[in-house]
Design a binder for this molecule. Structure first.
Ligand SMILES: C[C@@H](CNC(N)=O)C(=O)O
Ligand SMILES: [Zn+2]
Ligand SMILES: [Zn+2]
Ligand SMILES: [Zn+2]
Length: 480
């Protein structure tokens, strides 16, 4: 394992920024401080005029996902390698069992697929059905496999959508286990009805996609999931919050003291629904993902959610389908595989649109691209911090560097870039993963299979101790 001496940079953590050299050895950070001397044999990285930040953690990716009759273009190697090129050093992906599929079998299958990852990775496990066996296996995943988060799709009827019975049982089980329940909050029944309605109106193109998933479809599900979590007294994490209505549901719940956390995708922060009206089918279809990109104005509210601390993490939902795959929905938008890329561009897009505009300080940038995810999924400060003892996952960030984002230069295997043509100021000059230089000024040195599965311990201390609300509000029956 190599020794790195990252000299003369400004270290940025979620709490502060300060001038310091950083030394890493055997995959760990072993020193952070001013005027350090280079250890013998160390590789020196000149970070003068640059920031040294914790590597990005993307809490929402789908590499190699079988979905809507096909499989995403990026596998666990190409997807994580693309992430490393953009300063992202850890992904949290998803095991998504089919309904009735044993969840341990599904977990083992995904673990096999992820062996080829170039960077560290972890898994949320989706609960797509319910049984006593699922309940039991959730315990095995938490206690033996280091899973501490369970995903629930409230959309995708007749596929992976789960009903209230599953939500209630799985949330309650998550509380017992000290795991975080997370939700894709869209009312799948309403989507199903609206897809039929829009199609019957003769709207078959991608412009029909956002019409079938208006903001209230998301807000209803967000409110419902938040209410269930409130009654059960379990925290909840809402993925890809896309609209004012869902963000307000989270803010209201937090104002009442409920532990609700929100995630925002880089795409939802900078794109709007005009993309679906592009005359070229492939371009419009390339942007079909759920929840859809929203009317202009929603993005600004999402930025304010990040600024105010009512929204906590950023992600990409990296789920790439090529034009040929998207063409499955040529004559029926409901058949367009849902998903877009972004794992490579997230940090630069959020720095350019967030820090350069004054919306976020560099420390807030680190919080929403790395540290908050590490804290919410219990891998802080191993991840998400430039501090002694932490993993040597770092990005050396050149605030003056510029780049025009394009499918022509991306490392992702996707054949479209939703940020196409966007020139950003602020880019990674070096990415360090497990103490190795894996990206150096355009030269990607990702190694297949180098990534490790990251176990995440449960929050047994403050979660499982929580009681169901009923236990605390109505302690005794009335004697009659
Ligand atoms: C299936 C997965 C990716 N696709 C998407 N977001 O449109 C998700 O819904 O998060
Ligand atoms: Zn989703
Ligand atoms: Zn997703
Ligand atoms: Zn293809």
């Amino acid at each position: 394992m190599s020794t790195l001496f990252i000299r003369g940079g400004t270290v940025v953590n979620a709490d502060r920024e300060f001038k310091a050299d950083v030394i890493t050895q055997d995959g760990k950070i072993i020193a952070v401080g001013e005027n350090l001397s280079a250890p013998a044999g160390a590789t020196v990285v000149d970070a003068g005029g640059q920031y040294v930040m914790p590597g990005g953690i993307d809490p929402h990716t789908h590499m190699q996902l079988p979905f809507m009759g096909t499989v995403t273009m990026d596998d666990f190697f190409t997807g994580t390698a693309a992430g490393l090129a953009g300063g992202n050093t850890t992904i949290i992906d998803f095991v998504i069992p089919d309904p009735q599929e044993n969840i341990l079998d599904a977990y083992k299958k995904w673990r096999g697929w992820a062996e080829k990852s170039a960077s560290d990775y972890s898994f949320h496990v989706a609960i797509t059905w319910w049984s006593e066996q699922v309940r039991k296996d959730m315990g095995t995943l938490v206690n033996d496999e280091g899973v501490n988060s369970f995903k629930h799709f409230m959309a995708y009827k007749n596929a992976i959508m789960c009903d209230d019975e599953t939500l209630v049982n799985s949330f309650k089980r998550s509380l017992e286990l000290g795991a975080m329940p997370t939700v894709h909050a869209e009312n799948g029944e309403l989507v199903y009805l609206l897809q039929k309605t829009v199609s019957e109106m003769g709207i078959k193109g991608p412009e029909g996609h956002p019409l079938s998933r208006p903001p209230m479809v998301e807000a209803e599900a967000a409110n419902r999931a938040i209410a269930i979590a409130d009654v059960l007294n379990v925290p909840i994490y809402v993925v890809h919050v896309s609209c004012v209505e869902a963000a307000e549901a989270i803010a209201r719940a937090r104002a009442r003291g409920q532990r609700v956390y929100g995630e925002v995708l880089a795409g939802h922060l900078v794109l709007d629904d005009s993309v679906y009206r592009h005359p070229d089918f492939a371009t419009a279809a390339a942007h079909v993902m759920s929840p859809p990109f929203r009317a202009a104005g929603n993005s600004e509210f999402l930025w304010r959610g990040l600024q105010s601390g009512n929204l906590h993490t950023t992600a990409t939902d990296h789920c790439t389908f090529c034009a040929a795959q998207k063409a499955a929905g040529k004559d029926d938008f409901t058949k367009i595989p849902n998903g877009c890329g972004g794992v490579e561009e997230r940090l630069a897009v959020i720095w350019d649109e967030g820090v350069n505009t004054g919306r976020l300080t560099p420390s807030e940038f680190v919080a929403v691209t790395s540290a908050n995810t590490a804290k919410l999924f219990n891998i802080y400060p191993q991840k998400g911090s430039v501090s002694v003892g932490a993993d040597a996952d770092l990005v050396v960030w050149d605030p003056a560097g510029t780049k025009t984002l394009s499918v022509k230069t991306q490392f992702s295997k996707g054949d479209f870039n939703i940020f196409e043509g966007r020139t950003v100021k602020g880019i990674p000059s070096h990415t360090v993963s497990q103490g190795e230089l894996v990206y150096v000024q355009g030269d990607l040195r990702a190694v297949q299979g180098k990534g490790r599965y990251i176990k995440r311990a449960p929050f047994s201390s403050n979660f499982a101790a929580s009681k169901l609300r009923a236990d605390t509000l109505a302690p005794t029956a009335v004697k009659r």
